[in-house]
Design a protein around this ligand. Structure first.
Ligand code: IMP
Ligand code: MG
Length: 177
């Protein structure tokens, strides 16, 4: 039987997210003015945020995707991350921006950052819709952050629990009934 979930109140509304995405898209455009950038969306959670950011990026922009999974909760801090889908195009000598949904422990991003830096990009920055600093196990500097959230489990705007609620157009919390 599938689990039942209780969705909380709206924490961040669709219009707040869209406004923030526009601000960040404009900042990226200023920071990389005259240059080419590749936005690397991390599947599947970052899809909605990535598409929103892209609309405000006024540059020679490229899009690529990676899919990763981190091993179960018990080994999360071990930093073992599996790549399920790699980049399609090379980022050697290119400006790359990782676009994530949420940074919690930092384990996933730490792994991705090291992996992508190994490809010798010209630059590598990180853009995340959400930052959950209370969960951090590995210190992580984020270049572009949508919003900070507290110590709650988040769904919506791409984020899921057991693959559900990714389609909610706002950020909310979820608990198991
Ligand atoms: P980290 O490696 O602990 O930083 O976790 C990063 C990944 O875990 C994110 O990319 C999400 O897929 C997932 N995650 C962490 N916190 C949440 C949450 O509150 N809601 C949904 N997914 C989460
Ligand atoms: Mg994710």
């Amino acid at each position: 039987m599938s689990k039942e979930y209780a969705i909380g109140d709206v924490i961040i509304s669709r219009s707040e997210i869209e406004k923030r995405a526009e601000e960040i898209g404009r900042r990226i455009s200023e920071d990389f003015a005259g240059e080419e950038v590749t936005l690397i969306g991390i599947l599947r959670g970052a899809v909605m945020w990535m598409s929103q950011i892209l609309k405000s990026v006024d540059l020679d922009a490229r899009v690529d995707f990676m899919a990763v999974s981190s091993y179960g909760a018990a080994t999360k801090s071990s930093g073992i991350v599996k790549i399920n889908k790699d980049l399609d195009d090379s980022i050697v000598g290119k400006n790359a921006i990782i676009v994530e949904d949420i940074v919690d422990s930092g384990v996933t991003l730490n792994y991705l950052k090291e992996y992508l830096l190994g490809m010798n990009p010209k630059s590598l920055r990180i853009c995340s819709l959400l930052d959950k600093p209370s969960g951090r196990k590995i210190p992580m500097d984020l270049d572009y952050v949508g919003f900070e959230v507290g110590d709650v489990f988040i769904v919506g705007y791409g984020l899921d629990v057991n693959q559900r609620f990714r389609n909610l157009p706002y950020i909310t919390s979820v608990t198991e009934k």
